[in-house]
Design a protein around this ligand. Structure first.
Ligand code: NAP
Length: 361
């Protein structure tokens, strides 16, 4: 058994010297190094921005989406969407553990990987035959490799797998929101969450409340999403606005906050073009968390400069210590949030349930 690099650089095929996330191509050889773990893959959860891009690029043609995802995995040795640069995560069963792996995993455990698919060596052996290309969750089989510095969570046994997977995919958002809101002086923060009815958005609302935010504003795309949030207790105000319309977004958020901007703005949409609205909707000295993978660094940086906006801007690092446990705890503690979340993944859920029934028949 060979010795691996803790950061997985020994798996990089090209370009030489890159780390796995930046690599064009990884080697998904099933033979593990002494500090690696091999996972027998059961389901991929494609990142929302990636899935939306693929869906839109193929005009909703599921077969074409399926073929492209398969081609990306075969070409790159990982599921790394070259357009959005994002991936997602997966669930599976621990299949082999190298003697020097520090991850504390045991064979047979059902786990979710908490590191991005963009850096996870992956080989699929079923041609994605059980997926119709019409949902973010992809039932499949094959194997994936975790390095010494990867992270994985053992799946909880009190939540359906597809639900846990969807929560864990975005668990960095609520943990970061809690950290940012908690450090505001005397916790007087007014928080605006853009894309608030989505998965990371609804968890961020709950985290803002949990962290003691003085006021929580939910920005949603339409009346349907507003109705989903109403009565949930997750937000004080619900604002319907297109997040890509900066002037309208800022006007509606500041109106909801009696003329002030938000102290903390969290961008959880899955479409590009939301940077300027978020900047305009944020108070001087406030903080913007760009959790969305569709965020453009130049648009955010130059937009803030061009608007002379003195705001702190954070990239939503998907890793915050304790993030998985915190997100799951929020869901367990809040039935409204859980219902919202279940509704959100319901579409994918129904498809997967149908597939399980077919498998068991
Ligand atoms: P999601 O559940 O699909 O939620 C996105 C929400 O944004 C949806 O409610 C969507 O509404 C709404 N939206 C889309 N366009 C909008 C617009 N123009 N105006 C207002 N709302 C709009 O997505 P998610 O899983 O929470 O992911 C959100 C983002 O986080 C994605 O970009 C994803 O890639 C990223 N992400 C980041 C990390 C990280 O580590 N930083 C990890 C995972 C995911 P509709 O459903 O009606 O379109």
């Amino acid at each position: 058994m060979s010795t691996g690099s803790p950061v997985g650089s020994h798996r990089v095929v090209s370009p030489a010297g890159a780390l796995p996330q930046a690599a064009d191509r990884l080697d998904p050889d099933p033979e593990i190094a002494d500090d690696e773990v091999r996972i027998s893959v059961e389901r991929l959860n494609l990142d929302a921005a990636s899935y939306r891009q693929l869906h839109d690029a193929h005009g909703g043609d599921g077969e074409a989406v399926r073929a492209e995802v398969l081609a990306i995995i075969e070409r790159r040795g990982k599921m790394h969407n070259p357009v959005t640069g994002s991936g997602g995560m997966l669930i599976g069963t621990v299949d082999a553990v190298g003697p020097r792996s520090p991850l504390g995993l045991k064979t047979g455990q059902k786990v979710a990987t908490l590191v991005s698919l963009t850096l996870t060596p992956l080989r699929i052996d079923d041609q994605l035959a059980r997926w119709d290309g019409r949902s973010e969750q992809v039932p499949t089989s094959g194997h994936a490799i975790l390095f010494a510095r990867s992270i994985a969570a053992v799946l909880p046994d009190d939540l359906p797998e597809h639900l846990a997977l969807a929560v864990l995919d975005v668990c960095g958002a609520p943990a970061l929101v809690r950290r940012v809101v908690s450090r505001r002086p005397e916790r007087t923060a007014a928080v605006a969450v853009i894309g608030a009815a989505g998965k990371s958005g609804s968890l961020s609302l709950a985290a803002a409340r949990d962290a003691g935010a003085a006021q929580v504003v939910a920005v949603v795309r339409d009346e349907i999403e507003a109705a989903q949030l109403r009565g949930s207790g997750l937000a004080d105000e619900i604002v319907v606005a297109d997040a890509t319309d900066p002037l309208l977004l800022a006007k509606k958020v500041t109106k909801a906050l009696d003329g002030d901007g938000a102290d903390v703005t969290v961008v959880c949409v899955d479409v590009p073009g939301c940077e300027h609205g978020a900047i305009l909707a944020t108070a001087t000295g406030g903080t913007i968390v760009f959790f969305s993978m569709a965020t453009s660094f130049p648009a955010a940086a130059l937009g803030a400069e061009g608007l002379a906006a003195d705001v702190e801007m954070l990239i939503g690092n998907g890793y915050v210590p304790g993030h998985a446990d915190y997100a799951l705890a929020l869901l367990r503690a809040n039935p409204h949030l859980k219902d919202l979340f279940i509704d959100r993944v319901d579409h994918a859920n129904r498809q997967i349930a149908g597939l399980f029934e077919q498998e068991q028949a």
